[in-house]
Design a protein around this ligand. Structure first.
Ligand code: G3I
Ligand code: 9MR
Length: 554
């Protein structure tokens, strides 16, 4: 099950929609022209000149671009440059990202906590239930009022965060929101997407049912007595690399309420209340319950504006500590404004003080602008529509300029390459899509396409970073189910965290072969710093599969 050395010509190993922007990358030393050849017959069907040599400092490499956007005929092809081995085969077709989007969404089902996965839904990845979380202890750090330390509460369901089996508010908020936004923006695509989960066929799109699995857990993370929200539900230490039902049976805890958790919760519940409103029959009373919960969490945060989370000394699992909560505040205010129409929330956001950045779990202000832009037609007169357009358009223009100037034609700068870099580039793409939806600038759509191309193989390593997709996908993600299940192939549909130069896991791994940001990656289960998967990283992949499918001109 080894991966052959990457081809010299790098491209999206899955393929393209017919009218998409289509680029491949060739080494700078190669000849001046390229051909697109039919994968079966080898016959040339298109040819063009390679672009001028350009470099990308993140990889220390100079390359030339093959632009075959002008070729649109459905089929299977390779790119050829004289003197080089042909590229991996790729497809052009109208359904290029259907299976990708379905698998990236199904990955959440595979990470469900507290439930057995049945063979009819999970196939080879069926497994018994683990982590029921119906008897969880309130940790000393979270003790308050009528819930002193040691109080037993129930907070079942939710998704395991990542390769580990804990559940954290900051990653849950952005992940769940991004799935809900994907549905809000592209409802038709998701209404047609059946991913075979237990709820499929209940009259609610699968993406909304899947989000509900996590939203029900999130609701249980709110202290009903004061509206505060626990930052995480966790073991004291990480589980071994085994399946959920084989994990340690030591008590699990809800740990410290935090301002970040309350605001994440408020933003996500306000968003969910909009999406759930039409599904009264399947989820009676849910939308109203969510909106009320969101407003209570907001009020808790208003009274507790600077409770920053730190792991207590006896809790050694993921921290998701965040030194700044002004971005969470802006995001929660925006979502509550959209959901309620109350101008007080718009004023609380202080929009003129909020810049636009690409989202990450610790910087969510871009989500506020994304939601305001999508809902701009139904905002109250108070909303500054020109400001919304300027923020979204300005961010997209900056990212598109970066894309145009980089040798690999990606919107990511070398310094953006941190833990979870593949989600950095996917979230940049999601914001480029917001720009395109506002002003129709084709460069924004092309740059978003390029970001997906990067994650699917047009990168300096020549690897697809999505399990089960492309010619050279990750085989050994840091993902406990994939490691513990005895199945050779990892659970499909997960994007690996990706290269990043800090190598925080190097004491536990074989040597990395490079310290260059875009090359510093190990396809090894040891590598939690470059090859873990995470719910917040997969969500922009789901978003992009739908967005490019729906927005690329037919
Ligand atoms: O942004 C800074 C950069 O400016 C700086 O130069 C660089 C070098 O120190 O660090 C960058 O920050 C990094 C940050 O991620 C970026 O988001 C930190 O070093 C790095 O430690 C931090 O990693 C986080 C990691 O947990 C460790 O705490 C990741 O963001 C976060 O996604 C990850 O999340 C984990 C959970 O804790 C547990 N579950 C799995 C999940 C995914 O790996
Ligand atoms: O497995 C853990 C992974 O899910 C986390 O993202 C990562 C960072 O918090 O930590 C991993 O656990 C490692 C721990 O931090 C250090 N010892 C080895 C553990 C992995 O086997």
């Amino acid at each position: 099950s080894a991966i052959a050395a990457p081809a010299a010509i790098k491209l999206n190993q899955l393929g393209f929609l017919p009218a998409a922007h289509k680029l491949a990358v060739a080494p700078a030393g190669a000849g001046g022209r390229f051909d697109i050849v039919d994968a079966a017959s080898g016959k040339a069907v298109f040819s063009g000149a390679l672009g001028s040599p350009a470099s990308w400092d993140a990889a220390g490499e100079t390359v030339r671009i093959a632009d075959f956007s002008g070729f649109a005929a459905p089929g299977r092809y390779r790119v050829k440059v004289e003197g080089l081995a042909p590229s991996d085969a790729f497809a052009i077709g109208a359904d290029a990202y259907q299976a990708l989007g379905a698998a990236a969404l199904k990955a959440y089902y595979f990470n469900r906590s507290g439930t057995a996965l049945a063979p009819r839904h999970a196939g080879a990845y069926a497994r018994p239930a683990g982590h029921p979380d119906d008897r969880v202890l309130v940790h000393a750090s979270a003790a308050s009022g009528a819930r002193p330390a040691g109080t037993v509460i129930s907070a079942p369901k939710g998704w395991y965060d990542a390769g580990d089996y804990n559940k954290y508010l900051p990653s849950s908020g952005i992940a769940t929101y991004t799935l809900l936004a994907a549905y809000e923006h592209f409802p038709g695509w998701f209404e047609r997407l059946d991913v075979n989960i237990p709820e499929s066929g209940n009259g609610v799109p699968d993406i909304v049912d899947e989000a509900m699995w996590n939203l029900e857990w999130m609701l249980a993370m709110q202290d009903p007595l004061d509206g505060g929200v626990y930052h995480k539900l966790t073991n004291l230490t990480f589980d071994a690399m085994v399946l959920p039902h084989q994990a340690m049976k030591a008590p699990r805890y809800v740990v410290a309420k935090s301002t970040a958790a309350a605001l994440n919760f408020a933003a996500t519940m306000a968003t969910a209340s909009r999406v759930l409103a039409p599904y009264q029959q399947q989820y009676p009373g849910m939308a109203a319950k969510m909106l009320a919960a969101a407003e209570r969490a907001w009020q808790w945060a208003a009274a507790n504006p600077a409770v920053l989370f730190k792991n207590p000394p006896d809790v050694l699992t993921g921290e998701y500590g965040d030194a700044r909560v002004d971005d969470e505040l802006a995001w929660a205010a925006a979502e509550l404004y959209i959901a309620t129409g109350k101008d007080s929330y718009y004023l609380a956001m202080q929009p003129e003080t909020v810049s636009a950045t690409y989202p990450a779990w610790d910087d969510v202000r871009g989500l506020a602008w994304m939601s305001l832009a999508h809902h701009r037609a139904r905002l109250t007169p108070l909303a500054d529509r020109a400001l919304i357009a300027a923020r979204v358009g300005g961010l997209a223009a900056r990212l598109a300029a970066q894309w145009r100037s980089s040798g690999y034609r990606v919107p990511m700068k070398a310094e953006d390459i941190v833990w979870g870099s593949n989600a950095v580039v996917l979230n940049q793409a999601m914001m480029l899509v917001q720009g395109y939806r506002l002003d129709g600038n084709r460069d924004s759509l092309a740059a978003a396409q390029s970001a997906l191309d990067y994650v699917l193989g047009r990168n300096p390593l020549g690897r697809s970073f999505v399990t089960g997709f492309g010619a050279r996908p990750p085989l050994h993600p840091h993902h406990r189910p994939s490691q513990g299940d005895g199945v050779t192939a990892p659970v499909p549909g997960w994007v690996a965290g990706g290269p990043q130069p800090f190598q925080q896991d190097k004491a536990e791994c074989p040597p990395y072969s490079s310290r260059l940001p875009a090359l510093s990656w190990l396809d090894h289960v040891c590598s939690y710093a470059s090859n873990e998967v995470a719910i917040n990283w997969n969500a922009p992949l789901v978003y992009l599969a739908a967005a490019l499918s729906e927005l690329t001109p037919k």
